[in-house]
Design a protein around this ligand. Sequence first.
Ligand code: SF4
Length: 190
Amino acid sequence: MLSPQELETLKTSAMGAGATHVARIRADEIVVRDDLARLCREGCGNHGQSASCPPHVAGPGGFRKMLEQFRQAFVVRMEVPVESLYSIASQDLFRLLHEVVAAIEKSAKDLGYTRAQAFAGGPCKQLFCREQPDCARIAGGACRHPDIARPSMSGFGIDVAKLSQKAGWGDAPAQGPDGMASLYGLVLIG
Ligand code: SF4
């Protein structure tokens, strides 16, 4: 388990990178739903476009197996103005979310939690490789952005509303009464 000092180190890393809230939960509190993962196939134009999105990821079944190897996780939240999600700035915000969870993952690995694995929101093909003809990993090469691009939680069926509840933040409304919305990420620690 993370010591209080390690916990502080990861929180500092998260807040320094741009998170507004972080919370530690038990890995077995993460809820995975097959129907949520199916939405990627049925409603996302980025389906199949990157190695980090379905059908190229292990999906809910693979994620449940992965979870068996972890005892704790960090839930990450970035509060942003709702209107920013409907502007050109939204791409920057989702890229920042990827950077935040990747920074926490790196900090955890630096502390010795070498299996730490981060997940973000938003398809990395659109966010990082939009101008490229393909995903370099699908084409057989290495990721062009290994330090920041992380798989999206959607493809694994991770229930974000439940993550928010377990983190102690209540439901995850699309828009709060204060005109703010939240983006979420997750880092499995060890
Ligand atoms: S190469 Fe681009 S599209 Fe493929 S996994 Fe990396 S960031 Fe995502």
